[in-house]
Design a protein around this ligand. Structure first.
Ligand SMILES: [Fe+2]
Length: 325
């Protein structure tokens, strides 16, 4: 089949393997063309290629000509790693399922007053009207002990009016950009995260409801990349963070907000303009993301989302650390 994608023309049938291009811009996101799940999904060198591109770039978009079915989507997710079973520990010693493995993210579902009344005090995330739309920069799954390494999002329906980009900032660069004294001050600090942070960082809204039963967790503010030696990133999520351990609450929040403001102002940015059937994969250890709500309320914007298992975040191993006394 001859396919036109942007300015490039390919015969997908005769390609021996998929190709990866850098999307132009300061960020370096990758674009994968010609991935054939039947051919590539269980081929170890293809899997390794895709994994290392993701670890290097932070965001990779896989283009497809048609929507994937669930089995195909799972094959693609497993090229990156095991699918995360979203189950967390609760404060009373039990466990709770906080999502389905395949989550449907639907910003076309509008929260009418009637629906809000039915839900009572339970919030379902997103903005006030569109539950699937998280418009502040964040990293997924930060309120769990071992947050998802990657998120995999498959476009099912896009707003007919356009818009609804997913935007990324590079938190590795945000760390590198800090002055040396601040970098050293941050090494060793840990931010506590909870499902409901009770609006610790206004105007970000709190998440309420039964999942508040989940335990609180703490993660290092400067996180070692799980797969790339010598790479660290700022790691916290102001939608979920409550405070910095062993620091005055107000001071800790002010520090986190200042770091977030720095990242949003200075870190390289990538705005993904969705094409039909895209699968976007991002590395939650390296980037933060947000959804853009610049499309009319009520228009569909529907995705399937899977998460890939990740390890517990660990403190950045600064290569020069031992030589700094
Ligand atoms: Fe998200």
């Amino acid at each position: 089949m001859d396919t036109r994608l942007g300015h490039r023309r390919f015969d997908w049938q005769i390609m021996k393997s998929f190709r990866i291009y850098g999307i132009l811009g300061p960020f370096g996101a990758g674009e994968v063309i010609g991935l054939d799940l039947e051919r590539d999904a269980n081929d170890e060198s293809s899997r390794e290629r895709l994994r290392s591109e993701l670890a290097m770039r932070g965001v990779v978009c896989v283009r497809f000509n048609a929507p994937l079915d669930d089995a195909q989507m799972r094959l693609l997710v497993r090229m990156i790693g095991p699918i995360k079973d979203p189950v967390a520990r609760t404060r009373d010693g039990g466990t709770v399922r906080y999502s389905e493995e395949r989550q449907v993210i639907d910003a076309g579902f509008v929260m009418t007053d009637e629906v809000k009344k039915k839900l009572g005090d339970t919030s379902v995330g997103g903005d006030d009207l569109r539950p699937g739309l998280f418009q502040f920069f964040h990293t997924d799954d930060s309120y769990t002990e071992a947050p998802a390494y990657a998120t995999v999002l498959h476009a099912r329906q896009l707003p007919p009016s356009g818009g609804g980009d997913t935007c990324f900032i590079d938190m590795r660069a945000a760390f590198r950009q800090l002055d040396e004294a601040l970098k050293w001050r941050l090494i060793g600090l840990r931010a506590v995260h909870a499902y409901n942070n009770r609006g610790a960082f206004p105007p970000r809204p709190p998440a309420k409801g039964p999942l508040e039963a989940m335990i609180e967790v703490s993660h290092p503010i400067v996180r070692q990349h799980p797969h790339v030696d010598g790479v660290g990133a700022l790691y916290f999520d102001l939608d979920r963070a409550t405070h910095i351990e062993d620091m005055d609450e107000t001071d800790g929040r002010a520090l986190l907000q200042a770091l977030q403001d720095h990242a949003e102002q200075n870190a390289p940015r990538y705005e993904h303009k969705w094409m039909p059937n895209d699968v976007l994969i991002w590395d939650n250890a390296s980037v933060q993301h947000r959804a853009s709500g610049d499309f009319p309320v009520g228009e569909p914007r529907r995705f399937w989302r899977y998460m890939v298992e990740g390890p517990r975040p660990v403190l950045f191993e600064w290569p020069e650390f031992e030589h700094r006394d």
